[in-house]
Ligand binder design. Sequence first.
Ligand SMILES: *Cc1c(COP(=O)(O)O)cnc(C)c1O
Length: 413
Amino acid sequence: MTNKDPQASTPGLRTRLSHMGTSPAYVGGSAVNPPIVRASTVVFESSAQQREMRARRGQERIFSYGARGTPTSFALEDAVSELEGAYRTRLLPTGLAAAGMVLLSYLKPGDHVLITDSAYQPVRHLVQQFLQPYGIEYSFFAADGNDAQAKMRPNTRMLYAECPGSLVYEMCDLPALAAMAHAHGALVAVDNTWGSGVQYRPLALGADISIMAATKYLSGHSDVMMGTVATTQAAWKPLADHCDAFGMTVSPDDAWLVLRGLRTLSARLRMHEEHALAVIHWLEQQPAVQTVFCPALPSHQGYALWQRDCAGTNGLLSFELPPGTPTSVVDSFIDGLKLFGLGASWGGYESLVTSAQMTQARSVTDWSQRGPVVRLHIGLEDPRDLMADLEQAFDGAGLGKALTSIHASSVGV
Ligand SMILES: *Cc1c(COP(=O)(O)O)cnc(C)c1O
């Protein structure tokens, strides 16, 4: 009888292993941050409660199954709704998934969507590869919006903008475009990844739907993928229904990481902005730099709209090298940088460089006569170190001071 359970009346060890430690009793205060609640199954107190929760979850946010979110993701949804000035928010696995779910939720066969020429490039691929076979028409409007009204069709159901645009940050007059689209009976969706709910707020400017890649500034540390879609009350239901039907959800750990990131969002953006402006003003003095693209520059196409509609800028800037600069020279400049990671994403604490393929990224605007465009994301490093790094990379690629003498000799000075 050596194996006999000392507490004969309690359930066996195997049973207790399933139940022990599930509801800790403690006294004290509460944590600053919402806890990470990991869950697939959610259990109810009674059949009646389960029935009631199921009946209500179509309209209300109810914790009923992991796929419909957890208290951790609900906390992030609320934070994003507040940032965006939205009725509610859904979280998706990536920023691209968020854009895709918006198109799927509001468009049906026979509809037409008018998309900005400055859209994040994979969105262009998404509509070309996947909308057309489902009978959804698309076309592109100029990034500044000047031809949007003329391109509206009787079946246009959505105007999809990105402001400022990807790569060279074109601004459009969103309130004017929204008024035009609404008069036409079309919804307005905006990719707000650049503004991240701090520097730009599309819903306050007339949009119905705002999309963000939380992968970028919201998370801020290059270690999590996530997309958000925030809408007005009127636009909410199709999005919520589609996300539920397709089982769209995010991990509570990822939601927690983004919540952690957004506590410092405003502080980081201020520093990214300050550092980027320092680098921009230095770049404007460099002989190889033809144009610097940033909406906060008075020389930029969108400066007046940026002043009117944006609260600031961020760490992004792009610049154009002389037309005809060989790819090998661009590569040698990029590869010569020591403090900039070579990578396409942005929004983390660190500086990045990538070459922007403008002719592939635009179909309305002709970029074929322009020089190669390089995009930088200016991180939180000391900008003096970044400028020194850029200077040695320009020199190493033959784009530094020597270029001035080449120019000077070619024009016979
Ligand atoms: C990065 C990015 C996305 C996509 O986000 P992922 O999380 O990388 O899928 C969408 N829009 C813009 C403007 C982006 O820069």
